[in-house]
Design a protein around this ligand. Structure first.
Ligand SMILES: [Zn+2]
Length: 398
């Protein structure tokens, strides 16, 4: 791990995440999600979320790149979650509760595109609010990648008007979004070991973890880089925010002052780093003015609460992670540490940084470069992610 002095470049990303978090918490009341309905056909499809109060939506991912739409309704509660088979241009959908509100995820058919989103107030015999997402077919549309889901057969129903709906059947589990960040890359090689650079070890481990997680339909995995490219730290944070990440895990390999030092260690955001984020947030730039008007005291409390909740969840995951690695790979003494790494400074996403071992130690480097040995560590990381979400789901269901 190198490159630790970039508070300012990460600042814009922090502000973006913070604004979203604070705006949602500042809403006085929380709307309940009553039902999700789909109507329409393979030319035009309408998704309707029935709500008992007004709500606003924020599009984190419009699906243009991979057909996966992520929309967060900040002041909506969807405890327990909902999911269903698709219809028309929607192959599958799910709604689950996140710390930022209800999150709608859609897997679109290749030609689908979002045409519009809007809130309909009670009217025309309907006594509640409706948040509407309209999709339209763009024939010949090409995407960079396709969403990773089991394709659902499209039902062609050209006679049905978009407003007509049907009850949906649970099909797609509400997937947790895991963002894996392979440290360094491109002209930033990271630490140097006897056999090569840290950046390559990090990427290989990240791809292995992605493969491990994608064996389960429970996860959607997004990488901050998929090849030997340089990605700035603030962009890595933004990737996590755009993806609506439930967990951000940065993978690195250490180098130590002595070749004897070895073992994995886990870092979370420190109080010191939180203070730096808070300090930035009190600056009166345009973004703050636009999104954080109102009483400064309330604003500070909201930020503090958001940070604290995220820090607690980061620390909970870090402890789970250390517990799982123990016995599968060597651990550095006192393995969970607080640190001030900028890449962890997204206040609304639980985040940890895993130093998988020391490339400056011969045994650690050999372990990290051997697929079979490394997989023991990666499986332990995967198991800890399983445990973490099993626990958060259990707590949410109480
Ligand atoms: Zn590193």
């Amino acid at each position: 791990m190198r490159n630790r002095g970039r508070a300012l470049v990460a600042a814009a990303a922090i502000a973006a995440g913070l604004a979203a978090a604070v705006v949602t918490h500042a809403s006085a009341s929380v709307a309940g999600l009553l039902k999700v309905r789909l109507g329409g056909d393979a030319q035009a499809t309408r998704l309707v979320m029935d709500l008992d109060q007004a709500a606003t939506g924020k599009l984190l991912s419009d699906g243009a790149a991979d057909g996966h739409v992520v929309l967060v309704l900040g002041n909506v509660s969807a405890q327990g979650g909902l999911s269903g088979n698709g219809q028309g241009l929607v192959r599958a959908w799910s709604v689950d509760q996140t710390s930022n509100g209800a999150r709608l995820q859609l897997d679109l058919s290749p030609e689908a595109k979002i045409k519009g989103r809007f809130l309909l107030p009670p009217a025309d015999g309907v006594d509640h609010y409706r948040y509407v997402v309209d999709l339209v077919a763009v024939p010949g549309q090409v995407r960079l990648t396709s969403a990773r889901t089991t394709p659902v057969a499209l039902k062609l129903r050209p006679q049905i008007a978009p407003a007509i709906t049907r009850v949906s059947v649970p099909a797609m589990p509400a997937r947790k979004v895991i963002v894996i960040d392979p440290g360094h890359g491109g002209h930033d090689p990271g630490a140097l070991g006897a056999q090569g650079y840290e950046k390559d070890v990090n990427l290989a481990a990240a791809l292995a973890l992605k493969a491990r997680l994608e064996r389960s339909p429970k996860y959607r995995v997004v990488l901050t880089r998929e090849d030997d490219n340089y990605v700035p730290l603030e962009e890595r944070v933004r990737v996590a925010q755009r993806a609506g990440a439930d967990l951000f895990i940065s993978l690195h390999s250490d180098s130590g002052p002595s070749a004897d030092v070895h073992g994995a260690s886990v870092y979370t955001l420190s109080d010191k780093a939180s203070m730096r984020a808070a300090k930035f947030v009190t600056r009166e730039d345009w973004f703050m003015k636009a999104s954080l008007t109102g009483d400064r005291g309330v604003r500070d409390i909201l930020f503090d609460l958001t940070q604290r909740a995220t820090k607690n969840r980061s620390a909970a995951f870090a402890e789970t992670l250390v517990g799982h690695i123990d016995g599968h790979a060597p651990l550095l003494r006192r393995s969970h540490r607080d640190a001030g790494f900028e890449v962890l400074l997204a206040p609304d996403v639980p985040a940890v940084l895993l130093e998988m071992g020391f490339v400056s130690n011969r045994a650690d480097e050999a372990m990290l470069r051997d697929a079979a040995q490394r997989d023991r560590l990666i499986n332990a990381v995967g198991d800890s992610i399983d445990d973490y979400f099993a626990e958060t789901t259990r707590l949410a269901a109480r």
